[in-house]
Ligand binder design. Structure first.
Ligand code: ADP
Ligand code: MG
Length: 387
């Protein structure tokens, strides 16, 4: 890790610290429904406060229209939650950072949603200069947003005297590096989810790095189509059939095992059937992998030395179609191999079906986790690299 500038090796004693966190938690009716992301930021916050620094925190929250305030996307409820967790007053600044020069007069201030600011998502230089005003050290800790070249995740570092990585960001990097740095073999990737188009790059990349890829979910349907099976009315992407064929060919060339579902759970006019993939008819909708496929996947998970999981293998939100994903979650938790999972829906599935603590590492990133696996440079990590 010595090629990164880390917060723990940076002198912040009594200094003005600007901290970028990912506090983008899910809400319902302006209430936080899951505060995992806030809790993940607490160690960094506590550490900075323990150094008698003056702390200003910035984050995005949802996807508001830029340049306008929208109460639905206000971070005020997040300030209250942080305050409750650390048992200390968190001053909430309703004016987003930059419109008023940050003065670092409070011990801890949370500024309103950075995405209310014009120039945030375009990485505007002028906005970055204003954000960095009066700060001595910029701490990047928002792993979930580090694939974005936004003002508060990237450009701001140009104008802050020092930039370093917070505890959460460093923890993510250390754990994710383990996947490809002398991993225990066989390495197994489990890739599910709705659409192959969002996972295509990662699939191509993984073929060069893993020994087997289990495919499930909506993306398996396109693979089945490309192997001349009918998928009836299931979700699939016809424009991706050639890409799926190419992936199958590449996997064969590289000796990467790429099992497809042998049986599936379908819905047809409110009736639910388990069918062999060859028996799916034109009105069936495939919504989960079948029990035989689950057993086969379980065996591969048991044998794996390293497991990487992104994407549910069925529409697990409904109990009739949760079995496949539930079985995977349980097997991954029980496995002796190093297990790493990431992705918004994947984490929800793990939380729903198993004890999340039994997975070796759960990434807080969705898009950033995938980009990392794709082997791409992440702007929010580039800024903490030593020259
Ligand atoms: P993650 O957020 O973990 O990256 P994705 O967003 O890629 O995962 O995929 C999750 C979604 O995929 C879930 O909402 C799930 O219902 C859907 N899905 C899984 N299997 C199917 C299927 N056979 N047909 C349609 N949607 C599916
Ligand atoms: Mg998702």
């Amino acid at each position: 890790m010595n090629h990164y500038r880390e917060l723990v090796n940076t002198d912040i004693q009594g200094k003005n610290v600007l901290l970028r966190e990912d506090l983008n938690v899910p809400t319902d009716n302006n209430e936080i429904i899951n505060d995992e992301r806030i809790r993940a930021a607490i160690p960094t916050i506590q550490y900075i406060l323990s150094q008698n620094a003056k702390l200003s925190i910035i984050s995005h929250f949802g996807r508001p229209k830029s340049g306008a305030f929208d109460k639905k996307f206000s971070l005020k409820i997040v300030a209250e939650r942080i305050s409750k967790i650390i048992n200390k007053e968190v001053y909430f600044e309703e004016t987003p950072i930059s419109e008023k020069s940050p003065d670092y007069k409070n011990d801890i201030t949370l500024y309103e949603n950075t995405r209310f600011l014009k120039g945030e998502t375009t990485g505007d230089d002028n906005l970055a200069k204003k954000m960095a005003k009066n700060c001595d050290v910029f701490v990047m800790d928002a792993f979930g947003a580090c694939h974005r070249e936004h003002c508060s995740t990237f450009t701001v570092s140009k104008y802050s005297p020092v930039t370093c990585g917070g505890l959460l960001l460093m923890e993510e990097i250390k754990n994710l590096d383990k996947i490809f740095d002398k991993p225990k073999k066989p390495i197994l990737a489990i890739i599910g989810g709705a659409k192959i188009s969002t996972k295509l790059t990662v699939l191509r990349e993984l073929i060069n790095k893993v020994n087997a890829i289990i495919i499930g979910g909506g993306i398996a349907n396109t693979f089945l189509l490309s192997s001349d099976f009918s998928v009836g009315n299931s979700l699939s992407e016809k424009s991706m059939i050639e890409n799926a064929k190419e992936i199958i060919k590449l996997a064969a060339e590289k000796n990467v095992l790429l099992p497809l579902p042998k049986d599936v759970v379908c819905e047809n006019q409110n009736q639910i059937y388990v069918k062999k993939v060859g028996d799916v008819n034109e009105n069936d909708i495939i919504k989960d992998i079948g029990p035989k496929t689950s057993l086969k996947y379980k065996k591969l998970i048991e044998e794996a030395g390293t497991i990487l999981w992104n994407g549910p293998v069925g529409m697990f939100e409904k109990s009739s179609f949760e079995s496949g994903t539930k079985n995977i979650a349980v097997s991954v938790c029980k496995s002796k191999g190093l297990s790493i999972a990431g992705g918004g829906d994947t984490i929800s599935a793990v939380q729903k079906f198993s004890n999340i603590n039994e997975i070796d590492y759960v990434s807080t990133g969705g898009g950033a986790f995938l980009k990392f696996l794709e082997g791409q440079e992440l702007p929010g990590i580039e800024i903490i690299k030593k020259l």
